[in-house]
Design a protein around this ligand. Structure first.
Ligand SMILES: NC(=O)c1ccc[n+]([C@@H]2O[C@H](COP(=O)([O-])OP(=O)(O)OC[C@H]3O[C@@H](n4cnc5c(N)ncnc54)[C@H](OP(=O)(O)O)[C@@H]3O)[C@@H](O)[C@H]2O)c1
Length: 332
């Protein structure tokens, strides 16, 4: 048996190349469950992995895809049997072991989750790591007791995968959401998701050396890092909460301690890859019951393994809006 997969490898000139090639089960890693992958998705982390970013993927050739949903084909674990509908988004999957851009994937059973009630494999991949990250970030804001009545909440990178879900979930919970984006043309789309105000990302980046800026936000959900995150932290109301999960705009954070010791600002980090599975399962259940997925239809595009190359470049250049679902192999 052989099957299709998108393989990223280092070319003769040091450039990373992506090709859809045929592989065999012998090339899959060890694990007790073999899954026929129906859908995967494209996250920013996948784009990094697919372009030779050694901070994400240490060794190449490599098959990216940190999300996958499909059907169990073989299992030596009692928890899963052939025919079970499952999905995976776990620490090393697609980062340092072959991932979801492959018609077959093998992994330890503990990386798998049963497909949540009420969701198809395609819907799960439309949500994917991005949607679950947004849900976890919103949960962290709620745990810190940021209330809708406290004031405005800022979402940065609003048209990205994490961004669109963050805007929509916060708006649905009653927060007044200000969406920061580099794509002014996406204003109507973001308002449709529930943003009360859409602002250009340039106006949310302060490069001065001021330790504190005029307080505006009770909460911030930052998906981009860099100057946007530094500006947001300096622009918090007293006791405000910043949840940070991304670094698209940069990993450096230029700050003083003053927002923390004069305004009691709280900065909360989020890491989905190593979040306990039971916490993630609860977030997936919410997507199956609480959140109206129809709302996101116009933010979800679908591509094949062959079309991924272009989508990956678009993602690396920040030109994508919403989520990309990858149709890997036949699905109901
Ligand atoms: N910590 C975790 O567990 C976790 C989990 C998932 C994702 N992440 C991280 O979260 C971030 C977003 O992931 P994603 O999958 O949503 O990515 P994505 O779909 O590619 O979206 C990223 C968005 O960031 C904005 N952006 C792009 N370049 C920018 C720049 N130079 N400066 C400021 N904003 C820029 C763009 O939105 P606008 O044009 O609307 O501004 C873009 O759509 C990534 O850094 C990813 O690694 C972390």
């Amino acid at each position: 048996m052989s099957f299709r997969a998108l393989v990223v490898s280092e070319g003769p000139t040091g450039q990373y190349e992506r090709h859809v090639t045929r592989r065999t089960p012998a090339e899959l890693p060890p694990g007790d469950v073999l899954v026929r992958v129906q859908y995967s998705s494209l996250n920013y982390k996948d784009a990094l992995s697919a372009s030779g970013h050694h901070g994400v993927t240490r060794r190449y050739p490599h098959v990216p895809g940190i999300d996958a949903a499909g059907v169990v084909v073989e299992s030596t674990n009692r928890q899963y049997k052939p025919g079970d509908a499952v999905m995976v988004h776990a620490a090393e999957f697609g980062a340092n072991v072959p991932g979801g851009y492959s018609e077959y994937a093998r992994m330890p059973a503990e990386w798998l989750l049963p497909l949540p009630d009420g969701l198809t494999s395609r819907q799960c991949m439309a949500i994917g790591t991005a949607g679950i990250t947004a849900a976890l970030c919103v949960r962290r804001l709620q745990e810190q007791a940021v209330q809708a009545a406290d004031g405005e909440v800022l979402v940065t990178g609003a048209t990205g995968g994490v961004g669109i879900f963050s805007v929509a979930l916060l708006a649905r919970l009653g927060y007044r959401v200000v969406a920061s984006t580099g794509k002014p043309a996406a204003r109507d789309l973001l308002q449709h998701l529930g943003a009360a105000e859409v602002t250009h990302r340039a106006s949310m980046q302060d490069f001065s050396e001021k330790a504190l800026l005029k307080g505006r936000w009770s909460g911030v959900l930052d998906t981009v890092g860099g100057a946007s995150l530094s500006t947001a932290i300096r622009s918090m109301h007293y006791g405000g909460v910043v949840v940070c999960c991304g670094n698209v705009a940069g990993a450096d954070l230029v700050l003083t301690v003053y927002p923390f010791i004069l305004r009691a600002v709280r900065l909360i980090g989020v890491d989905v890859a190593n979040c306990p599975q039971d916490q993630l399962a609860g977030l997936w259940t919410d997507f199956g019951s609480l959140w109206p997925l129809d709302q996101f239809a116009q933010f979800i595009r679908e591509c094949t393994l062959e079309e991924l190359d272009v989508e990956i470049d678009r993602t690396l250049h920040g030109g994508r809006i919403g989520r990309t679902v990858v149709h890997v192999a036949g699905a109901q």
